[in-house]
Write a protein that binds this ligand. Structure first.
Ligand SMILES: [Ca+2]
Ligand SMILES: [Ca+2]
Ligand SMILES: [Ca+2]
Length: 186
C-alpha cells in the first residue's frame, strides 16, 4: 500500500478546524479515536457483519499511519478530504477504502462487500441488486477484463462515468456529521 495521500489541509478555515477540534475533543478527550469510539462518533450502531467490515475498512483508511487509532490530524485530513477534496483525491481515497485486502486491485468480492455494506448502512432501497450493480461496474470499467480493477481502471473509469461517480460520492455522504459538528457541541 503506497502512502500517496495527497491530502492538504490548506482549504480548511481556522473556524472550521476549531469546530472540528472541539467536537473531536469533546467526544474523544484522549485525542485518539479507537475503532470502538469511531463507531460511536459516527453514530454507527447495531451493524451487520458486512457493515461492520465496511466501517472497519473506512476506519483503516482514516488511520493513515496504521497505528490502530485515529488522531486529530488524521480526523481532520479525512473530513477535509471527504467534504472538500478534489475528485481525484477522493477517488484515490475510495480506491484505498475499497481495496479491502490492500492488494492494489479491487476484485468483485471486495466491490460487492462494499456495495452491500453501504446499502445496509444507508438503508436506502435500490432497484438494482448489489450483484447486478457490481457486474455493471466491472462491465464498464474493467477494461482489460481480468476481473480486477486496477488503480488506473478505477480512476479513469469512474471519472468518465457520471452515474458511477455520483453513486460513489453519495456512498460516503457525511453531511449529517457535518451538521452535527457545525450545529455546535453543547
Ligand atoms: Ca493513526
Ligand atoms: Ca484487493
Ligand atoms: Ca482489470
Amino acid at each position: 500500500m503506497g502512502n500517496t495521500e495527497g491530502t492538504t489541509l490548506e482549504d480548511i478555515t481556522a473556524c472550521e478546524s476549531y469546530q472540528w477540534y472541539r467536537k473531536f475533543m469533546t467526544e474523544c478527550p484522549s485525542g485518539l479515536l479507537t475503532y470502538y469510539e469511531f463507531k460511536k462518533f459516527f453514530g454507527l450502531k447495531n451493524l451487520s457483519e458486512s457493515s461492520d467490515a465496511y466501517a472497519r475498512s473506512m476506519f483503516s483508511a482514516f488511520d493513515m499511519n496504521n497505528d490502530g487509532c485515529m488522531d486529530f490530524m488524521e480526523y481532520v485530513a479525512a473530513l477535509s478530504l471527504v467534504l472538500k477534496g478534489e475528485v481525484q483525491q477522493k477517488l484515490r481515497w475510495y480506491f484505498k477504502l475499497y481495496d479491502v485486502d490492500g492488494s492494489g486491485c479491487i476484485n468483485r468480492d471486495e466491490l460487492l462487500l462494499i456495495i452491500t455494506s453501504i446499502r445496509a448502512i444507508n438503508g436506502t432501497p435500490n432497484e438494482v441488486s448489489a450483484e447486478d450493480f457490481a457486474d455493471m461496474v466491472f462491465d464498464k470499467i474493467d477494461t482489460n477484463g481480468d476481473g480486477e480493477l486496477s488503480y488506473d481502471e478505477f480512476m479513469g473509469g469512474i471519472q468518465n462515468d457520471e452515474m458511477l461517480l455520483r453513486t460513489l460520492t453519495h456512498s460516503l455522504d457525511l453531511s449529517h456529521i457535518v451538521q452535527r459538528i457545525q450545529g455546535g457541541v453543547p
